[in-house]
Design a protein. Structure first.
Length: 453
C-alpha cells in the first residue's frame, strides 16, 4: 500500500487540499476507516478531495476483472477499473460500456458515484441504469452487497448512484455491458448557425440517432449566439466498418503549465473561430475511430495544464426548457467568462439515482478559467438556473453555495440526507464538497450527526 501526503486537486486544479491518498490494490482492507474514495480524480472541483488533513482511499490500482458472462454481458470488476482499460479489453470482443462520458480516464467507482451520462443519454440513460449490484464498505465498517432487490438495501443503492462517494466505498461493481456490431462508429457532423437551429437539429437527431451532442461557440453573441457543430453517431455495421480492430491512439502530453495570460478573449475567439471554420463543409459523414468520437480530448494527457496554474472549473447545468437554456447561455456570453469548450446536449428521462444530475431538458457544459470573479459568475448562473427550474452537476462543480444547491434540489436533497443519515449518522464519509454543499462542519460532526457543533 502506498500512502502519499500531497496537495490533492481535481481535474480543474482548484481548489487544492493538503491530504493523504492511500493507494492500494486491496480495497476491502484499505477502505477501513477511510473517509472518502478517490478514483482517477477526473471530477473537476472538490468531489474527490478529502477535507484538509484527511485521507482518501485511492482506488485506481484495484482494477481487476473478476468475471464476465459472454452470454449476458454481465461484468464483475473492482471499482478502480478504468473505462479506458474496460473499453480496450472488451471492444475488440464486441462489448462496451453502455454509457460513454467525454473521457475514458475514469474508474467504475467514479462512474457510479457521479452516475455519469454520455452522448447516448436520451436512449441509454445514466450509467446507474446498467449497474446490477455494488459491493460496498459502509461507514460503520460493514461490507455488504447492495442492489434494487428489497433484501439488498435498495435505498442505499439509489443514493449511491450520483451520491458522490458520500454513502460508502464502492469496492466492486456488477455492470451489464452493451454488445456492439463493430468497434467503429459511424458519425455525421453538421455546422449549425445559431442556437435555435442547433436545438432544432438536436431534437431531430435524437429521433433517429442513439448518440448526439454539440459543440457551440459561447463567445458569439447576437444572432450567431450558439452557432457550432452538431455530432450524431451510431455504432457502425460490420458491412461499412474497416475489417481491422481499431488500435489505441497515441497520446501526447502537455509537459508544462501554460501561462494564464495566453487565455485572453482574443486567443479564445481565435480558437473558436478556427474550430468552427475547420468544419467548413456543412455536412460530413463517415466511419471514425471510437476514440475520435467519444474521447477526442484524451489525445492530450494533462490538457488541464493549458489553463495555467490558477486552474479552471466547469459549469454544467441542465434546464427543462429551450428558452431557459438560451437565457443561461446569454448570461454566460454577457459575463464574458467562458472559454473554448461549450458542450450542448439534450437529456432524456431522469434516472433512479436520488441525486443524479440529468433530467429532461438541455444541458450546457462550459469551462471557466479561474479569475477573481468566477465565484460570483457561478452564483449568477446558479440564480438563473434556479429560476429556470434546473440543476447543476456536482462532478464538475467547484463554487456552488449550499443555499443554491438546496434551492435546486429541494426534496431530492432531503431524501438523500435522510438515507445518508440512516447509513452514516455521524457523517464519517465526507469530502471538501460535502462540507461546501451539505454543510458538514468538522470531522465526524455534520448537520446529520447527533452532536451538533
Ligand atoms: C474531460 C472530461 C470529460 C468528462 N465528460 C463527462 C461526461 O461526458 N459525462 C459525465 O457524466 N461526466 C463527465 N466527466 C466527469 C467524470 O466522468 C466524473 O467526474 C467521474 O466521476 C470521474 O471519475 P473518477 O474515477 O476520476 O472519480 P474521481 O474524480 O476520483 O471522484 C469522483 C467522485 O466519485 C467518488 N468515488 C470515486 N471512486 C469511488 C468509489 N470506489 N466508491 C465510492 N465513491 C467513489 C469520489 O469520492 C468523488 O465524489 C468528464 C470529466 C472530464 C475530465
Amino acid at each position: 500500500m502506498a500512502v502519499s501526503k500531497q496537495e490533492l486537486t481535481g481535474w480543474g486544479r482548484h481548489p487544492t487540499v493538503n491530504g493523504l491518498e492511500r493507494l492500494t490494490e486491496d480495497l476491502e482492507s484499505g477502505s477501513k476507516g477511510a473517509e472518502l474514495s478517490r478514483g482517477l480524480g477526473r471530477s473537476y472541483g472538490d468531489a474527490s478531495l478529502p477535507v484538509a488533513g484527511g485521507f482518501a482511499l485511492g482506488t485506481r490500482l484495484a482494477d481487476r476483472i473478476l468475471a464476465f458472462d459472454s452470454e449476458t454481458g454481465l461484468l464483475h470488476a473492482e471499482a478502480g477499473l478504468s473505462l479506458h482499460d474496460l473499453t480496450w479489453t472488451f471492444l475488440p470482443r464486441g462489448w462496451c460500456s453502455p454509457v460513454m462520458p467525454g473521457t475514458a480516464y475514469i474508474t467504475l467507482g467514479g462512474m457510479v458515484a457521479a452516475d455519469v451520462h454520455g452522448k447516448e443519454h436520451h436512449i441509454s440513460g445514466t450509467f446507474g441504469r446498467h449497474v446490477e449490484r455494488l459491493r460496498m464498505r459502509l461507514a460503520d465498517g460493514r461490507v455488504i452487497w447492495t442492489s434494487r432487490a428489497d433484501h439488498e438495501y435498495p435505498d442505499l443503492f439509489r443514493a449511491t448512484l450520483g451520491g458522490m462517494g458520500l454513502t460508502g466505498h464502492v469496492l466492486e461493481v456488477e455492470l451489464r455491458l452493451q454488445s456492439v456490431p463493430s468497434p467503429w462508429v459511424y458519425q455525421e457532423t453538421e455546422r449549425v448557425q445559431s442556437l435555435g437551429l442547433f436545438l432544432d437539429a438536436l431534437d431531430k437527431a435524437a429521433e433517429s440517432w442513439p448518440m448526439t451532442m454539440g459543440w457551440i461557440d459561447c463567445l458569439k453573441s447576437g444572432p450567431s449566439m450558439g452557432r457550432g457543430i452538431l455530432f450524431r453517431g451510431r455504432w457502425a455495421q460490420p458491412s461499412e466498418a474497416p475489417t481491422k480492430t481499431p488500435s489505441r491512439k497515441p497520446r501526447i502530453s502537455l509537459p508544462i503549465d501554460l501561462p494564464s495570460a495566453l487565455l485572453n478573449s482574443f486567443t479564445m475567439r481565435l480558437f473558436n473561430e478556427a474550430v468552427y471554420r475547420s468544419h467548413w463543409r456543412r455536412l460530413t459523414r463517415g466511419v471514425v475511430h471510437p476514440e475520435e468520437f467519444f474521447h477526442p480530448l484524451d489525445k492530450v494527457l494533462q490538457w488541464n495544464r493549458g489553463y495555467g496554474r490558477r486552474g479552471f472549473t466547469q459549469y454544467q447545468c441542465v434546464v427543462p426548457t429551450r428558452d431557459g437554456a438560451a437565457r443561461v447561455l446569454k448570461l454566460l456570453t454577457e459575463a464574458k467568462a467562458a472559454s473554448f469548450l461549450c458542450v450542448l446536449k439534450d437529456c432524456g428521462a431522469e434516472g433512479e439515482g436520488v441525486l443524479s444530475f440529468p433530467r429532461p431538458g438541455t444541458s450546457l457544459a462550459i469551462d471557466l478559467p479561474i479569475k477573481e470573479d468566477t465565484e460570483q459568475v457561478v452564483a449568477r448562473l446558479n440564480e438563473q438556473v434556479i429560476h429556470e427550474g434546473g440543476r447543476i452537476y456536482l462532478a464538475k462543480d467547484t463554487f456552488t453555495r449550499e443555499a443554491h444547491f438546496r434551492a435546486m434540489e429541494g426534496e431530492r436533497l432531503d431524501r438523500f440526507i435522510e438515507i445518508r443519515r440512516l447509513y452514516d449518522p455521524e457523517s464519517r464519509l465526507r469530502s471538501t464538497l460535502s462540507r461546501r454543499i451539505l454543510g458538514d462542519r468538522s470531522p465526524g460532526v455534520g448537520p446529520f450527526s447527533k452532536t451538533q457543533e
